[in-house]
Ligand binder design. Structure first.
Ligand SMILES: NC(=O)c1ccc[n+]([C@@H]2O[C@H](COP(=O)([O-])OP(=O)(O)OC[C@H]3O[C@@H](n4cnc5c(N)ncnc54)[C@H](OP(=O)(O)O)[C@@H]3O)[C@@H](O)[C@H]2O)c1
Length: 271
C-alpha cells in the first residue's frame, strides 16, 4: 500500500453525535482562500450559518472586507486578511495571522482559483504558469501551512475545491484541467499522509456555477446552452447548492471520509 512505514490512526468514532449535531461548527475556525466573491463568498456564509468563525482571504481588500462584514452581521467572528496564494511568504503569513487573531484553525477551504481558456497551441508559457501557480502551487502552499497546524493539534479538515475538470476535460481547458486533475492527486496524498493525525482531506468538485470566473461562458448563449445540454439537470448550478456538501466535508458528518472527490455537478459526470 505504501513505500513508507505506515501507522494506523487511533481516531475515535463519534456515535453520540446525531442529526444536525453532526454538522454543527460552533467554535470552529474556517479559513477560505478566494473568499471575496463567487463560490468563496457562498462558502463563508454557509460555514458561518453552521456556527463557524471565518477568516476570508484574497488579494482584494474591499471584497474580503465586505464578506467579513456579512459574516459578522450573522453574529460570528470574522477577519479579512489579504494574501496572494502564489507567494509562499504571503501564505505562511496568512495562516500564522489567522491563528494569532482567532486562537486556532480547524477548517481550510482551498478555493482561490483562476482559468485561462485557450487551445494548447495558443497558450503561452506565462499563461500556463499563472494558472498552475494559482490552482496547484497555491493549494499546496495553503494546504501545507494549514496542515502543519492540523497535524500538530490532531484534527482538521481540508476541503480542496476541485472541478468536473478534476475528472474530465474539454478543449481549451489545458492548464485548468491539468491543475484540477493534479489537485485530485494532491488531495489523496495529503489525506494519506495526515490520516493518522485525525485530519481529513477531500475534494469538493463543482460543475458549472455562474460566477465571475465562468462569466465568459455564461454570457455566450452558444456556450451556455452547450453546458445546459451536457448537464443532466438541464441547467447551471446555483452557488447555494454547494453549501450542503461543503458543510458535510467541513464537519463531524464526514469524519470517516478522506481522500475523496465529491462531485456536485447536476449529473454532468454521470454520462
Ligand atoms: N464557478 C464555477 O462554475 C466553478 C466550477 C468548478 C470549480 N470552481 C472553482 O471554485 C473556485 C472559486 O471559483 P469562482 O468561480 O468563485 O471564481 P471567482 O468568482 O473568479 O473567484 C475567485 C477568487 O479567487 C481569488 N484569487 C484568484 N487568484 C488569487 C491569488 N493568486 N491569491 C489569492 N486569491 C486569489 C479571487 O480574488 P482576487 O482576484 O481578488 O485575489 C476571488 O476571490 C476556484 O478554485 C474554481 O476553479 C468554480
Amino acid at each position: 500500500m505504501t513505500n513508507e512505514p505506515y501507522e494506523h490512526p487511533a481516531m475515535p468514532a463519534r456515535p453520540e453525535l446525531l442529526g444536525t449535531q453532526l454538522f454543527d461548527l460552533t467554535g470552529r475556525v474556517a479559513l477560505i482562500t478566494g473568499g471575496g466573491r463567487g463560490l468563496g463568498q457562498t462558502f463563508a456564509v454557509a460555514l458561518a450559518a453552521a456556527g463557524a468563525d471565518v477568516v476570508v482571504s484574497s488579494r482584494t481588500s474591499a471584497e474580503i472586507d465586505a464578506v467579513a462584514a456579512e459574516v459578522r452581521a450573522m453574529g460570528r467572528r470574522a477577519e479579512a486578511i489579504t494574501c496572494d496564494v502564489t507567494d509562499e511568504a504571503s501564505v505562511e503569513a496568512l495562516v500564522t495571522e489567522t491563528v494569532a487573531r482567532m486562537g486556532h484553525l480547524d477548517i481550510l477551504v482551498n478555493n482561490a482559483g483562476m482559468n485561462i481558456r485557450k487551445p494548447i497551441l495558443e497558450i503561452s508559457l506565462e499563461e500556463w504558469t499563472r494558472v498552475l501557480d494559482t490552482n496547484l502551487k497555491g493549494y499546496f502552499l495553503a494546504g501545507r501551512a494549514a496542515g502543519r497546524v492540523f497535524v500538530g493539534q490532531g484534527h482538521g479538515k481540508v476541503i480542496n475545491i476541485g472541478s468536473i475538470f478534476s475528472h474530465t476535460a474539454l478543449p481549451s481547458q489545458g492548464p485548468y484541467a491539468s491543475s484540477k486533475g493534479a489537485i485530485l492527486q494532491l488531495t489523496k496524498v495529503m489525506a494519506l499522509e495526515w490520516v493518522k493525525n485525525g485530519v481529513q482531506v477531500n475534494l469538493l468538485s463543482p460543475g458549472y456555477f455562474e460566477t465571475e470566473m465562468t462569466s465568459p461562458v455564461y454570457n455566450d448563449p452558444v456556450r451556455k446552452a452547450f453546458i445546459e445540454d451536457r448537464t443532466p439537470y438541464g441547467r447551471w448550478g446555483q452557488p447555494h447548492e454547494l453549501a450542503g456538501s461543503l458543510l458535510f466535508l467541513a464537519s463531524h458528518a464526514s469524519d470517516y471520509v478522506t481522500g475523496q472527490s465529491l462531485l456536485v455537478d447536476g449529473g454532468y459526470n454521470a454520462w
